[in-house]
Design a protein around this ligand. Structure first.
Ligand SMILES: Nc1nc2c(c(=O)[nH]1)N[C@H]1C(S)=C(S)[C@@H](COP(=O)(O)O)O[C@H]1N2
Ligand SMILES: [Mo]
Length: 334
């Protein structure tokens, strides 16, 4: 990988061409000894056509949802649906931004069961489609800030995470919440081998402190743009934590477990020097390989034409969440 650097260690736009290649978390694979060559895909049956471009792409079928629509905030540009559903991170469906949409047809999100369990009085299994079909979901328009320094504004529909957790009646030992994505290499072919799935040990796992999980902003999305979630966006149910980097917002969840100890989280396991447990959006704490001070907002233009804008502390949600971190050194607890 050729990256021209200036002595300042703060690359300017011209230094990094294309920037997406520079701000690419897959570079971590080099550190794992998984160079570009091993990223070529094995040719066993079933995995053979994983990234072939001639697939009948954009395979996700979605249908309209019953929602309480949010009022569109004035002066806020919502990312076009076509961008939000074709520029994705979902490594289980491929590590290039266009792969999840191309490979969406592998994932069968219906039927879907989600377990809520662990340190609770009343563990339960949720039939996700029963909930979707019987509810009027709430719509929320949230900023999404990826750790790779691009951002979107997306209209999710769903329910607050707190609502679901409360139903299970957490006990006093419930200090953290652990989330798990489906593990099924047939539906999520990136799980079939380490190199195919970007060096990650699957299932993808994430976690929150209980007070973060119970914060009213923490959301379980079952829809996007007023329709059921496309597979590439984490169908049929995914977490959305808008003040944290996007990797916390785990997709296609099958388990929510209340636990006593801080649970392991996927990107922190892969590279703890680059990705913390908290992962709160913070323009003052740079990623070791790039600045977090600004971001490319994906609106009408493509990623390279996208307008650069300053990144906001807690992604603009400081009023709602800053109090959760009182007394914590936000440089240390990144
Ligand atoms: N299971 C799983 N969840 C995931 C990821 C992933 O690779 N696998 N990528 C994360 C990252 S890095 C981001 S930025 C968001 C992207 O969500 P979107 O594709 O719906 O915009 O999903 C997050 N959730
Ligand atoms: Mo991300």
């Amino acid at each position: 990988m050729l990256i021209k650097r200036r002595s300042s260690h703060h690359p300017t736009e011209q230094d990094v061409t294309p920037e997406a290649v520079y701000q690419d978390r897959r570079l971590i694979l080099k550190g794992l000894g998984l160079g570009a060559a091993t990223l070529a895909f094995p040719t066993q049956a079933g995995v053979l056509d994983l990234f072939s471009a001639d697939k009948p792409t954009l395979g996700a079928t979605t249908r309209p949802l019953n929602i309480h629509a949010a009022t569109r905030p004035e002066g806020v540009i919502i990312t076009p649906e076509e961008k939000a559903t074709t520029h994705n991170n979902f490594y289980e469906l491929g590590t290039d931004k266009g792969d999840p949409a191309r490979n969406a047809h592998y994932l069968k999100p219906e039927p879907w069961q989600l377990r809520v369990e662990g340190e609770v009085a009343k563990p339960f299994t949720l039939d996700v489609w029963d909930l979707i079909n019987k509810s009027t979901l709430e719509e929320r328009i949230y900023r999404l800030r990826c750790v790779e320094a691009w951002s979107m504004v997306l209209p999710w529909s769903g329910i607050s995470l707190a609502e679901l957790i409360r139903r299970a009646e957490p006990n006093s030992r419930a200090k953290f919440v652990a989330f798990e994505t489906l593990y099924d290499p047939e539906q999520l072919p990136g799980q079939a081998s380490r190199s195919l799935g970007g060096g990650i040990d699957y299932p993808y796992v994430e976690g929150l402190r209980i007070d973060e999980a119970m914060n009213p902003l923490s959301f379980l999305a079952m829809g996007l743009y007023g329709k059921t979630l496309p597979a590439q966006n984490g169908a049929p149910i995914r977490l959305v934590v808008p003040w944290k980097y996007g990797f916390k917002s785990i997709k296609s969840i099958v388990s929510i477990r209340l636990v006593e100890e801080r649970p392991p989280t996927t990107w922190n396991l892969l590279a703890s020097n680059e990705y913390g447990f908290y992962a709160n959006v913070n323009p003052q704490v740079d990623h070791p390989r790039w600045s977090q001070a600004s971001e490319r907002f994906i609106g009408e233009g493509g990623i390279f034409g996208a307008k650069r804008q300053p990144t906001l502390m807690f992604n603009g949600y400081a009023d709602e969440v800053a109090s959760l971190y009182q007394g914590m050194d936000l440089r240390k607890w990144y």
